[in-house]
Design a protein around this ligand. Structure first.
Ligand SMILES: [Ca+2]
Length: 129
């Protein structure tokens, strides 16, 4: 079973190489002024955070442990619109389309709104270690 998982991970990494490492739009301020809306600063140091609003509003995912997090049954599924990667790990956002399609590769320190191709689509988050 472990070998099969390793093969899947290798396939994902190959796919990822062609998508390139992007940086989400980084021109936004980390702190906003709208009452009741979290803006990036809500993400704990060394964690990867996902938000269902743009500009880091309304956190729906926060983890720092390595592994694959399937979002089925979570409020985060098909809702992640912006991210903040304060972890020391590369994090993949993946959309299930009959296979795991890597829609965003987030390097440590990457944060901001996701591009349209990755907006509101992630069904799983894979924290690589
Ligand atoms: Ca999806």
């Amino acid at each position: 079973m472990r070998a099969a998982v390793g093969i899947v991970i290798s396939a994902i990494l190959v796919l990822t190489a062609s998508t390139g490492a992007g940086v989400a739009s980084a021109a936004e301020a980390r702190t906003g002024s709208e009452a009741g809306v979290q803006h990036y600063d809500s993400c704990t140091a060394n964690y990867f955070c996902g938000y269902d609003w743009l500009t880091g509003g309304n956190m729906v995912f926060q983890e720092n442990a390595c592994g694959l997090y399937k979002l089925a049954g979570s409020p985060a599924i098909d809702k992640i619109a912006s991210i903040d990667n304060k972890s020391t790990h590369t994090v993949l956002l993946m959309d299930w389309v009959g296979y795991w399609d890597v829609i965003w590769e987030s390097l440590p320190g990457n944060w901001g709104d996701l591009p349209a191709a990755a907006h509101d689509k992630a069904d799983a988050i894979f924290i690589l270690c």
